[in-house]
Every structure is written in structure tokens, then in C-alpha cells.
Design a protein around this ligand. Structure first.
Ligand SMILES: [Zn+2]
Ligand SMILES: [Zn+2]
Length: 131
């Protein structure tokens, strides 16, 4: 029973906060530009993170908050690094353990981009021209 009581309390707090958001226009009452700290005037851009900017302060980049985007990117990069770390470990281990690291790197390239531009099709053309 104690559990459900806390749950109800939490939901009511959440409801209050939502009500707050609906009734208060605090997001759009921000009076200062985060970039230049001068009073906002139109045209202004408001982000969901509660940061507001003059459109001229944002320039072309009005899709993401420049105040929060670097943090967001760092998180994204961390996630990418985690995902790639396995592949990279394997790659560097192969380079380290092989006597000729270059051949490993060349091998990786050969599997990818270079194989498309290799002279495989050209050879086929040559052999057909022999007829
Ligand atoms: Zn500004
Ligand atoms: Zn922001």
C-alpha cells in the first residue's frame, strides 16, 4: 500500500509540473539571449532546453542549441566509440601482432573501397577482348 501511495504522490507532482508548463509561459518569457546575453528581440529562437537566442546570434545553425549541442555530441561520440571499440581493438591487435602492419591495413582497405576500383572488371574486359 505504501508503494501505491508514493506512486500517486509522484503522479500528482508530475501533473502539477505539466500544469505548470501549460499555464506558465516561462519558456517564452526568457528575456536574454544565451549567446550575447542582451535582451531578446525578434526574430528569436527558443529551444526545448530553455535556451533562447537571437536568430542572428545562431546564424545558419538554428536546428540545435549551440549551448547544449557540444555536450550532446560528446555523448554521441562516447557511444560511437563504445560501439566501435571492439572493431578497433581487433584492428589494432592485428596490426600490432602482424610482422608487417601495413599489409593488415592494406588488407582492410582491399576488403572495402579499393576492391571496387580494383582491376577485376578491367581484367574481365581484357579477357573478353581476347576473343
Ligand atoms: Zn544574441
Ligand atoms: Zn540549450
Amino acid at each position: 500500500m505504501a508503494l501505491s501511495e508514493t506512486y500517486q504522490e509522484e503522479t500528482s507532482t508530475m501533473r502539477n509540473e505539466i500544469q505548470d508548463l501549460r499555464t506558465n509561459a516561462r519558456i517564452f518569457q526568457l528575456s536574454k539571449c544565451t549567446a550575447c546575453t542582451f535582451t531578446l528581440d525578434l526574430p528569436a529562437v527558443h529551444f526545448m532546453c530553455m535556451h533562447s537566442f537571437h536568430q542572428r546570434c545562431l546564424g545558419d545553425n538554428d536546428k540545435e542549441c549551440p549551448e547544449c549541442a557540444p555536450e550532446y555530441r560528446a555523448v554521441l561520440e562516447m557511444k560511437n566509440l563504445e560501439q566501435n571499440s571492439k572493431n578497433q581493438d581487433q584492428f589494432f591487435q592485428q596490426v600490432r601482432t602482424s610482422k608487417n602492419g601495413f599489409s593488415v591495413i592494406a588488407g582492410y582497405f582491399g576488403k572495402g573501397i579499393i576492391s571496387k576500383t580494383s582491376n577485376g572488371p578491367a581484367e574481365a574486359l581484357n579477357s573478353s577482348s581476347d576473343f
